[in-house]
Each structure stands twice: as structure tokens, then as C-alpha cells.
Design a protein around this ligand. Structure first.
Ligand code: FRU
Length: 523
């Protein structure tokens, strides 16, 4: 006889087996979450080596993120395009590798566009193709001492980026006899009704145009006299953007440079100017950096963000070629920065590109601890019981009182410490007029000289300094004064930071609008 109890038992066993089955299917995720330096809310590949973000495009409700990927090792090697999609820029679904190396070479960095009018003829009017435009790098040619081993190819997808077909007549832009000739970013130029390709060519830019993405003509060169030239130029971008609180529009060019960054190794500079479909004319000759930290490289922006959204969305590789291949992670290497929204402001006649985390990041915010405003001098540790600093956002405004300067010790800011007595110091040096992130004291695990470093940025504080600090397991992102100054740095502390103090060598500081917010894991 089937009794009620038996049914309940059978149900219980079924639920137990079912939940074990579920558990099994997330074991790999569990392992990932527990890895020592695994970021909890930054994009990382599940395993193996990753560098530049590539081919970011928005299509039919999905943000695509491709990336330089070598699936067989945790150091750089034959490049593929890894692939992930997201509907909110925060939670990512890992998809199969999109592009594999072929007889023309490794698949280096590039971009992707929606060819909405099917100008390429590679799709149909009803099903326009996604087109990826990338650099081929022919390693044997390079090893043989040739210089023409980089050229541009395209691939297309007719199924929302799930599968890709390489164009049969690649390359679409052969090498003209120039050693560094790579990283095409393509966009539709409305006024002249043509595609524009911006390409990094040694330490300058070449612009090309096309009607169909398959045949390209040279338009102009830019950069010989402009910007920083401490290394080769890579991963450019060019886009139109509205100046905040005005109807004015400008063009912004992003350009990564390696080496030659302001704090050593890789970094990304930008220019503000005008572009008429042929020539880019900058407004300034000064060097501007999108981020003064050591770990934001090769960042570019998403294509085809709907006008109704209107944002200029950016993501960068959160590493540096100085030490990226040596960082102490075991199963994978590198993460991306948080996706950021770029805005152009007119700061007393000077255009400034600001970066802030995208609003979608707010959906990960959990418990918030708000602190009443207070004043301190010397050092003041915050009491944070059961608060996970290593997955947190901290907002605070620091306002020095009358500066009672003590010799040349004139800095104030924040100190993070852990059980190994490792120390991370962040702050502002009033005399030097520099903001700084000093990770020299986070030195127990990773000892690379490029990593053990104090990164500084020119900064002139007005009355106070407003900070947004985002800490993940192995990174810190600092947005000063609503993103007017950004510092992004990787961190490999021996133990998680569990102590947070304010410090001042300067006299009293008012600490205002302080909040500590825990951030949920995306795994
Ligand atoms: C930038 C870069 C690109 C190149 C890619 C190769 O980090 O050097 O110029 O396309 O990485 O992986």
C-alpha cells in the first residue's frame, strides 16, 4: 500500500537527489568563487590567459564582450577571441571561443559592428550581419624577420554572434610594409555615409574609410606631433560625444600606449577634438590619461549602443604588460575593469573625460553602513564588524580643516591593512599636488618591481575630495570627484584587508557622507 509517509519519503529522496544534481552542476562555479584572487564581480575568463577586450557591440538586447584569449595556457600565446554576453553589463554568460587562429595568423585585437544596412552583403536586409574586424598576426612571418605580418581581416555572424564565418577574401586591408599595423576600431560615420576604421600604426594613427567593410581607402594620419610617444600605440577608438550640460559635440580619440604610461608600463591616453570623416584635429597638445592607475589598458567602447540609451560605455583590461603574465593567479590570468560610462565635461575651458562605474553596478549593492560625519587628526580606524571590505564600495568626502602643516608631511587619506600587516595607502599629497595609490606595502605574495609601486596623478584639490572606492578580491578602482580622476590597480594581498583607517599628517580632517556598501558576487 502506498502510504502518505512513503510518498513524502519518496519526494524527500527525489528532492535530495535533484539538489545533489544541481550542486554538481555548479561545482566548477563554486571552485572558481573560492580561488584565492578570483574577482567576485569583475569579468574574468573561467580559465587561462586573457588580455584586451575586443569587439564590444550591443545587439538585440545583448552586450557582447570578446577578448584576447589563449585557452591553452595562463600566459600569452596564439590569440583567439574569447566570448561572453550579458544583458546588464554585470552578469556574464561565457560562450564558446568565437574566432580561432587560421592560416593567415593569430586573431589580434579589433572591433565589431552591426552592419544594419547589410553594406557588406554578408547578411540579408532582414538579418543584418554582425561583422568583426580584427588584426591577423602571422607569427612565422614575424619570426622570419619580415615586417608585413599584420593585416586586417573580417568575420561575420548571422546568429547573434553565436557562430562566426571568416570572410573568404581576407585580408580586407593588406599590410603596406609597416611593422606595427593593428587593432582596427570601426564605426559608421553618419555625415559622410561611410565606415571609418581607426588603426594603430607604430606610434601614430591611420584612418581608413569604406562603403562595404571589405574595401578600404586611406584617409589620413594623426599623432606624430601629439600625445605621449614612450612606446607603441595600440587599441585606438574614436567616437562623437556630447559635452555635458551643453549642446556641443566633440570627438574623443582613445589610444593605448605600451610602454610609456604615466606610472610605468601600459596606459591609455586620449585626445579631444574634431573629426570630419577625413581628418582628426585635436584641441590640445597636452597629454591626457583616461586612468592614472597602472592597471587599465587597451580599453575601448561599445559599438551600437541605442540612441535612447546614449551612453558611451567603456571597459579596459585590468592589467599591465610589465607584469600581467606573472601575477599570482593560478588557473586564469587577468580581469576587466568594471564597465564604465564615459562623459565629457568642460572644466574651465579644458575638456575632461570622466569615467564612472555603470549604473547597473548598483544592482549588486547589498547592506550599507552609513557613518555620521566626524572630524579626526592622526589616524582613525573604522569599526566594521562582519563587513567584507574585499567586496565593497566605499563613498566618502574628505575635507581638510585649516592646514596645520607639519614639515613636508602633508598628506591625508586611507590605509587598508590585513593580518599579514600588509598596508595599502591611498591619499592626497597637498604639497606635491598629487593623488596617490601606494601598493609598496602589499608585498608578501607578488614582488614584481613594476607592481611594488606608488602610482601618482596630478590633482589639485578644491575644498574637499570626493572618493568612490571599489574593492574586489584583487583590485581597487578609485573614482575621485565623480570620475574626473581615476586610479585602477590590481592588488594581491596575502590576506584580505580587514582594517580600514583614515590618516592625516596635515591636521584635522572632516569626514563626510561616508558609506560602506557590500557588493554581491556575480558567480
Ligand atoms: C595590446 C595588444 C594589441 C594586440 C594584442 C595582442 O595589449 O598588444 O596591440 O592586438 O594585444 O594580444
Amino acid at each position: 500500500m502506498i502510504t502518505k509517509n512513503r510518498i513524502i519519503n519518496a519526494l524527500a529522496i527525489f528532492i535530495m537527489l535533484w539538489s545533489m544534481g544541481c550542486k554538481d552542476s555548479i561545482t566548477s562555479g563554486d571552485k572558481i568563487v573560492q580561488e584565492k584572487f578570483r574577482p567576485q564581480f569583475h569579468f574574468t575568463p573561467e580559465k587561462a590567459w586573457m588580455n584586451d577586450p575586443n569587439g564590444m557591440v550591443f545587439y538585440e538586447g545583448e552586450y557582447h564582450l570578446f577578448y584576447q584569449y589563449f585557452p591553452d595556457s595562463t600566459v600569452w600565446g596564439p590569440m583567439h577571441w574569447g566570448h561572453a554576453v550579458s544583458t546588464d553589463l554585470i552578469h556574464w554568460e561565457h560562450l564558446p571561443i568565437a574566432l580561432y587562429p587560421d592560416s593567415l595568423g593569430y586573431i589580434f585585437s579589433g572591433s565589431a559592428v552591426v552592419d544594419i544596412n547589410n553594406t557588406s552583403g554578408l547578411g540579408t536586409e532582414d538579418n543584418p550581419p554582425l561583422i568583426a574586424i580584427y588584426t591577423y598576426h602571422h607569427i612565422e612571418k614575424e619570426r622570419a624577420g619580415k615586417i608585413d605580418y599584420q593585416y586586417q581581416g573580417i568575420a561575420f555572424s548571422l546568429d547573434k554572434g553565436r557562430t562566426w564565418t571568416k570572410y573568404a577574401h581576407n585580408p580586407v586591408l593588406p599590410n603596406p610594409g609597416i611593422r606595427d599595423f593593428r587593432d582596427p576600431k570601426v564605426f559608421w560615420h553618419q555625415d559622410t555615409q561611410k565606415w571609418i576604421m581607426i588603426l594603430a600604426v607604430q606610434d601614430r594613427i591611420h584612418l581608413y574609410s569604406s562603403k562595404n567593410l571589405k574595401e578600404w581607402s586611406f584617409e589620413s594620419e594623426f599623432g606624430q606631433e601629439n600625445g605621449a610617444h614612450g612606446g607603441v600605440w595600440e587599441c585606438p577608438d574614436l567616437f562623437k560625444i556630447k559635452v555635458n550640460a551643453s549642446s556641443e559635440e566633440k570627438w574623443v580619440m582613445l589610444l593605448s600606449i605600451n610602454p610609456g604610461g604615466p606610472n610605468g608600463g601600459s596606459a591609455t591616453q586620449y585626445f579631444v577634438g574634431d573629426f570630419d570623416g577625413n581628418t582628426f584635429v585635436p584641441d590640445h597638445n597636452s597629454v591626457k590619461w583616461i586612468d592614472f592607475g597602472k592597471d587599465n589598458y587597451a580599453g575601448v567602447t561599445w559599438s551600437d549602443i541605442p540612441e535612447t540609451d546614449g551612453r558611451r560605455l567603456f571597459i579596459g583590461w585590468m592589467s599591465n604588460w610589465q607584469y600581467g603574465q606573472e601575477v599570482p593567479t593560478e588557473t586564469w590570468r587577468s580581469a576587466m575593469t568594471l564597465p564604465r560610462n564615459l562623459e565629457l565635461i568642460n572644466a574651465e575651458g579644458d575638456y575632461l573625460l570622466t569615467s564612472m562605474p555603470v549604473a547597473e553596478f548598483d544592482t549588486l549593492k547589498k547592506d550599507k553602513v552609513e557613518i555620521n560625519d566626524f572630524r579626526f587628526s592622526g589616524q582613525k580606524e573604522m569599526e566594521l564588524k562582519n563587513f567584507n571590505l574585499m567586496s565593497s564600495e566605499i563613498n566618502v568626502t574628505l575635507e581638510p580643516m585649516e592646514a596645520s602643516q607639519n614639515g613636508d608631511a602633508t598628506s591625508f587619506g586611507i590605509i587598508l591593512e590585513n593580518e599579514s600587516k600588509e598596508v595599502l595607502k591611498i591619499g592626497y599629497d597637498v604639497l606635491a599636488k598629487q593623488f596617490f595609490v601606494d601598493r609598496n606595502g602589499v608585498d608578501k605574495v607578488f614582488k614584481h618591481t613594476g607592481y611594488l609601486n606608488k602610482a601618482v596623478a596630478p590633482y589639485v584639490m578644491n575644498k574637499s575630495m570626493k572618493l568612490k572606492i571599489i574593492l574586489d578580491t584583487s583590485s581597487i578602482e578609485i573614482f575621485v570627484d565623480d570620475g574626473q580622476l581615476v586610479m585602477t590597480e590590481v592588488l594581491f594581498p596575502d590576506y584580505p584587508f580587514n582594517s580600514f583607517s583614515f590618516f592625516s599628517n596635515l591636521g584635522s580632517i572632516d569626514v563626510k557622507q561616508t558609506e560602506f556598501v557590500e557588493i554581491e558576487s556575480i558567480w
